[in-house]
Write a protein that binds this ligand. Structure first.
Ligand code: ADP
Ligand code: MG
Length: 679
């Protein structure tokens, strides 16, 4: 087993060398062959006519002049030699390699790699080979070297290791999976990844390792999922489907196909005897609330209580109103529990909840942490879960509760991330908007165009519409030159004397916030200057203008969320991004906002521009790190691996047959089978 062999088992590596390799984290023969190149250099021969200025190229030619050597000071030198490459006579320059002078002889064929200066017909040489170009070595792997270990030493040791021990490299993928996807054997893949003869071999090696890596990852996730299901007995809710269908038919609108599909997925989960653990993602305005309502109603009919938790109290109140409207007519009793509900009223709600008289409880995410006791909790729905999820699950479990859980999010997560970060969850996606929506028109304006933006806003206000104005900060800050809500509020009050301009930010008390919001939703306030507290969920259909100051400071997903506050009514809505980004990426981000209204496209773009690590913000990243696979480019493989992993762990053969032994052993080594990672 190469995993047990110390490096010193490799010919040419003694104790001393082994220590240097340890510094790179390489301790065993397995570690060494697992040490993959981070890039490859392409040394194909090029025709000089096609080469661009400053490109890195490899040329083959004949030495055409005696080399000339010049010294600068003691150690610095410049070695120049003329080389005839095809019809061209070029100059090859080598710095500080005086020792090479003797190696050149007239008429000899050499291969040189370096940076091309088109104007001087000169190559600054990185590497010389005193032999004709070898087409077998066109692709050169480059490794992260360090300390006393050079790239060359790594290459050489890996070569020896593969020669000595390739027989001992274990295959982990079962034969029929390898056959199905035409994946090359593991031993061969190691050979190709370290010593590819051409791009094609490299491609096959990569293909194999990407699949292997993603399959192992998904096996872990799917095993978690299976074990979690098996160890926590959920409830098989008995849902009278006809009554649910009636409810759906009586809604004031026809559900979209996507809504129908996700409702079906959720109801199916509720009826199964395991705990639902499902992420429902759908863009702003795609109609998640009604899906929540249907689910709560179904659970109610089955005899269970439900809870809906949201990030802010404003949102809790808004949801309360919409759900009340949908569910109260069907005899459900709903209650709202926020921090402003205190004393006797609070006590009474809690009592009725414990008695089972309250059917649906709404509140903020803090709800779950408090001393709230349900009589028979069957379904928990949380909105904007990706900020709170894991913690909540743990709390629920600690309380001995095993309700079905639905996490709703309006921040569309690229599917690759959804199924990797939330790999142990099921994902439902509403990828369709209710018919008849007018897409929001988005413009990007430089700050100096503010006058025009305000004139435009005034026109909308004259038509009876309302406007949001978002600023990144509350108060002026010395450090950051960003617009702040308090200043902007003062400015706009002055600029728009005929309208009432409100101010909203996180430091207001909850009753103050409530008053500001209420005034805006009743159109007593026409313009609302706010920080991002209005980001999620707030619904004022008459608002048709969204102005975002310093828009370059926000992520694409957040801008999209903010934009989603408008476009909720019949009228054409507008979003204006005031921004002066300095970087190309910043400009690209503003540009893409003006080009698409599709949250999934934006989130994918966000992922590409910012990278997976940044996507969820630093604090909550939890992104798995992959060695070969790349979540942006290999997402299709990720999906396939997920399906395969799911099928495997659900099959009996997987847990018995010897061909799956290496995969089971992997799960065991990762501590998955003991269940310790579930908490
Ligand atoms: P979100 O997914 O952002 O939470 P909401 O649930 O708030 O979206 O829905 C946005 C608006 O669309 C609400 O006014 C809702 O009543 C309406 N709506 C939801 N589904 C449909 C539909 N199928 N057809 C028409 N309007 C719908
Ligand atoms: Mg919503």
């Amino acid at each position: 087993m190469i995993s047990m062999r110390p490096l010193t088992d490799i010919k040419g590596i003694g104790e001393e060398k082994a220590v240097h390799f340890h510094d790179l984290g390489i301790r065993t023969v397995e570690d060494l062959v697992d040490y993959f190149p981070f890039r490859y250099e392409d040394n194909e021969l090029r025709d000089l006519r096609d080469v661009k200025h400053e490109e890195r190229i490899t040329l083959e030619g004949k030495v055409h002049s005696e080399p000339s050597l010049r010294y600068f000071g003691k150690k610095k030198s410049r070695l120049t030699v003329r080389i005839l490459v095809g019809r061209y006579l070029i100059t090859a320059v080598m710095f500080n390699r005086a020792f090479l002078k003797k190696s050149f002889s007239l008429g000899q064929t050499v291969t040189v790699t370096g940076k091309w200066d088109q104007h001087r017909m000169t190559l600054t040489v990185f590497e010389v080979k005193f032999s004709p170009f070898n087409p077998e070595q066109t692709i050169e792997p480059v490794y992260h070297a360090g300390g006393k270990v050079t790239v060359k030493a790594i290459r050489k040791s890996i070569r020896t290791a593969l020669n000595q021990y390739s027989e001992e490299i274990p295959e982990v993928l079962p034969p029929q999976i390898r056959a199905k996807y035409k994946l090359i054997p593991r031993t061969q893949a190691f050979e190709y990844i370290h010593f590819p003869n051409d791009r094609n071999e490299l491609k096959h090696a990569r293909r194999r390792f990407v699949y292997e890596e993603l399959l192992l990852f998904q096996l872990k996730m799917q095993t978690f999922r299976k074990m979690e299901r098996e160890r926590t007995k959920g409830t098989a809710q008995k849902i009278p489907e006809d009554s649910v269908k009636e409810f759906m038919d009586e809604l004031p609108f026809k559900l979209t196909d996507a809504q129908n599909r996700v409702v079906k997925e959720i109801l199916k989960d509720l009826q199964k005897p395991y705990k639902m653990n499902r992420l429902l993602q759908g863009d702003v305005g795609s109609g998640k609330t009604v899906v929540a309502a249907i689910s709560l109603y179904a659970s109610f009919l089955a005899g269970y209580q439900g809870a809906l938790m949201v990030p802010t109290e404003i949102l809790a109140e808004q949801h309360f109103e919409s759900l009340q409207g949908l569910l109260a007519p069907y005899g459900l009793s709903l209650e709202l529990l926020t921090s402003s509900i205190k004393g006797k009223k609070r006590k009474e709600i809690l009592e009725r909840l414990a008695n089972g008289e309250v059917d649906v409880l709404l509140g903020t995410h803090a709800l779950i942490q408090e001393e709230v006791a349900f009589q028979k909790l069957g379904l928990v729905i949380t909105d904007e879960q990706h900020r709170f999820g894991v913690e909540q699950r743990r709390i629920l479990r600690q309380k001995g509760l095993n309700p079905d859980v639905l996490y709703m999010t309006a921040t569309p997560i690229p599917r690759t991330l959804a199924i990797s970060v939330f790999g142990d969850m099921d994902v439902s996606t509403i990828d369709e908007m209710p018919a008849g929506r007018k897409p929001i028109e988005t413009y990007w304006a430089k700050p100096e165009m503010l006058e025009r933006v305000l004139a435009f806003t005034k026109k909308e206000l004259e038509k009876g519409r309302q406007a949001y104005v978002i600023c990144p900060l509350i108060e002026e800050s010395d450090k950051l030159d960003v617009q702040n809500a308090i200043d902007v509020h003062a400015q706009l009050q002055f600029a728009l004397p005929d309208y009432k301009v409100g101010l909203m930010h996180g430091r207001l008390h909850s009753d103050e916030k409530e008053a500001v919001m209420e005034s805006f939703s009743k159109n007593e306030t026409q313009v609302l200057v706010s920080t991002t507290v209005v980001e999620v969920g707030v619904n004022v259909p008459n608002a048709s203008v969204m102005i975002i100051y310093d828009a370059e400071r926000f992520g694409l997903s957040q801008l999209h969320q903010l934009r989603g506050r408008v476009g909720r009514g019949e009228e054409q809505s507008f979003c204006i991004l005031l921004a002066d980004p300095k970087s190309e990426v910043g400009k690209e981000r503003m540009q893409i906002m003006t080009e698409t209204n599709d949250g999934f496209v934006l989130s994918q773009k966000d992922l590409e521009l910012r990278g997976p690590g940044d996507f969820f913000g630093r604090k909550q990243s939890g992104m798995p790190e992959f060695k070969v696979a790349d979540l942006i480019h290999d997402y299709r493989v990720l999906e396939i691996a997920r399906q395969d992993a799911q099928a495997l762990v659900e099959s009996e053969a997987f847990w018995k047959d010897s061909q799956y032994h290496p995969l089971r052993k992997y799960l065991e080594d990762e501590g998955v089978l003991t269940g310790e990672k579930l908490d």
